[in-house]
Design a protein around this ligand. Structure first.
Ligand code: ZN
Length: 532
């Protein structure tokens, strides 16, 4: 395949070129205008072959079948954002609009989130990749799945997640998983999810299991599903991998749970088969271009090797310095908020603003990519009494690289920190929380984990983040967030004053462990401030 040139504005559309909803992402403030454009675009598509479309529509109304769709793909470059979106075009305008509205909202969220983001290199790309998959069950239900990926060529940590929808083709409305399945389906899903944890990690899930709430058998947990002609895919949060995943259940196991009214017709139309094949072809194309973009990240990897200095003295000094500024009462509850993957200019500053205003501090685990660019932010962070931790240079899974590389990953950040703020980090948070004995030894530093995960990278939803924190926190907790997202900063504007109001002292991780009387050692993992 020929090399893909992103710098040129490219629209790749297979078939006929349409002005489609996603092209109107440009004017983020003209919300209504955009909605109108989406509707118009849908109308345009349907009017393309006026007579044929009409015939199809009559058919579909009278026989309740022949829902036809095909996939189209758009690529759009709006510096530094790149959108690659595969979306469906239907013979039914209402259904098409419903699905494409969802796509549009996801693309808009992405754009909003990076509205304050400043590229650090000239050709920095922030990718939003959305692949749509559709399956219809007996012309009664339409299952829609978006595979969403957000990827930066300056940062080797793509975020992947899924969105799913079900449309009842009779009412042409969205329905929930619980609407189409008979009771007890949750038990079926739970069995398979338990099996997933057993097969992958040897864990027997019980009510006492870590993060049981993420997988417990409730409608709320098991609401995302997708079908194809062989399997039902059930989506859930894998707390071990710290990301959303799915397990496959053979379709014939699910069918007994599907309500009778949705199983009436028996055949899947030829049209669907054709478009399904088409979908696979599209998928391959997109995968190829994605891979190409990711490889550019590898070139930014640095290979300096440095010795790592011990950190014990730094820990002591910082703690004393901080506690003289703020009075910490070791008998009152305290929490350590932590932010990974920054610094990130305006977003980090917004979090610092609200911390400062509330006489509070946090811990920021930084990567090396923006240390020089955001040196002023780091200086401010430090001056306000926040702890700056090391999240490694390139955010690699340390369990998959050599000892020398692990040392280098830690050391690059420390060296740059020394240049920027005059001191090194006293603690490390390993990317993805991934450690083994070799990593523990090589980082030569205390390893900070967390016990409350806000999943802010996944939801990117202010209220959801607020709920994760305020609904769960207790004395001694270490909370995981990321200062990459505007939504996280907005959530902090709610969370921080609220926690202070509830009587929590917001302290650094060093302070938390110190005041809880926990001895801090190199190579040891700390999940919270409670003694075991
Ligand atoms: Zn991270």
């Amino acid at each position: 395949m020929k090399k893909f040139k992103f710098l040129t504005f490219i629209i790749v559309i297979v078939g006929v070129i349409y002005i489609i909803p996603v092209t109107s992402i440009g004017d983020i403030n003209k919300n209504n205008q955009e909605k109108i454009e989406i509707v118009q675009a849908s109308v345009n598509i349907n009017n393309k072959n006026n007579v044929d479309e009409k015939n199809i529509k009559e058919n579909s109304l009278s026989k309740k079948d022949n829902i036809k769709f095909e996939f189209k793909q758009i690529e759009k470059y709006e510096k530094p954002l790149v959108y690659k979106i595969k979306y469906p075009v239907f013979n039914n305008k209402n259904i098409e609009e419903k699905i494409n509205n969802q796509i549009y909202n996801l693309a808009k969220d992405f754009k909003n989130e990076f509205s304050q983001y400043e590229p650090i290199i000239d050709d920095e790309k922030l990718l939003f990749i959305l692949n749509t998959e559709i399956y219809n069950l007996k012309d009664n239900l339409l299952f829609v799945k978006f595979n969403v990926e957000r990827n930066y060529n300056t940062y080797p940590n793509p975020v992947k997640f899924y969105e799913t929808f079900i449309i009842d083709l009779k009412s042409e409305n969205f329905v929930n998983t619980s609407d189409i399945l008979n009771k007890n389906y949750i038990d079926l899903f739970y069995i398979y999810v338990k099996e997933y944890f057993f097969n992958n990690y040897g864990i027997n899930i019980t009510k006492q299991s870590e993060n049981y709430n993420d997988i417990k058998p409730t409608q709320d947990v098991y609401k995302k599903i997708f079908l194809d002609d062989k399997y039902v895919y059930v989506f859930f949060y894998d707390y071990k991998k710290q990301q959303e995943t799915f397990t496959k259940i053979p379709l014939e196991k699910l069918l007994p749970y599907v309500k009778e009214e949705y199983l009436q017709t028996t055949t899947i139309t030829e049209t669907t088969r054709e478009t399904t094949t088409q979908a696979t072809t599209f998928k391959e194309t997109t995968t190829e271009t994605t891979t190409q973009t990711i490889t550019t990240t590898a070139t930014t990897t640095e290979t300096t090797t440095q010795t790592i200095t011990t950190t014990d003295t730094t820990t002591e000094a910082t703690t004393n310095q901080l506690s003289s500024k703020r009075k910490i009462d070791k008998n009152k509850p305290m929490i350590a908020l932590t932010f990974d993957d920054g610094p990130n200019g305006a977003v980090t500053n917004k979090i610092l603003d609200v911390l400062e205003k509330n006489n509070s501090v946090a811990t920021f685990f930084i990567v090396s990519r923006r240390i020089e660019k955001d040196a002023e932010v780091l200086k401010r962070m430090d001056k306000l009494g926040n702890q700056i931790g090391n999240h490694t240079a390139n955010h690699k899974d340390l369990t998959k690289i050599s000892t020398e590389q692990v040392k280098s990953e830690v050391d690059i950040v420390n060296k740059k920190l020394k240049d920027a703020i005059g001191k090194e980090a006293s603690m490390v948070r390993v990317p993805y929380g991934a450690t083994n004995d070799n990593v523990k030894q090589a980082v030569n530093s205390p390893i900070v984990m967390w016990n409350v995960d806000t999943k802010d990278w996944k939801s990117r939803n202010t209220q959801a983040i607020v709920k994760e924190v305020l609904g769960k926190v207790k004395d001694g907790d270490i909370i995981l967030m990321h200062d990459l997202y505007g939504t996280t900063a907005e959530a902090c504007e709610i969370i921080i004053p609220k926690l202070v109001e509830q009587g929590y002292q917001l302290v650094t991780v060093e302070e938390l462990l110190y005041y809880k009387g926990i001895e801090v050692k190199n190579g040891v993992k700390y999940f919270n401030g409670n003694k075991k």
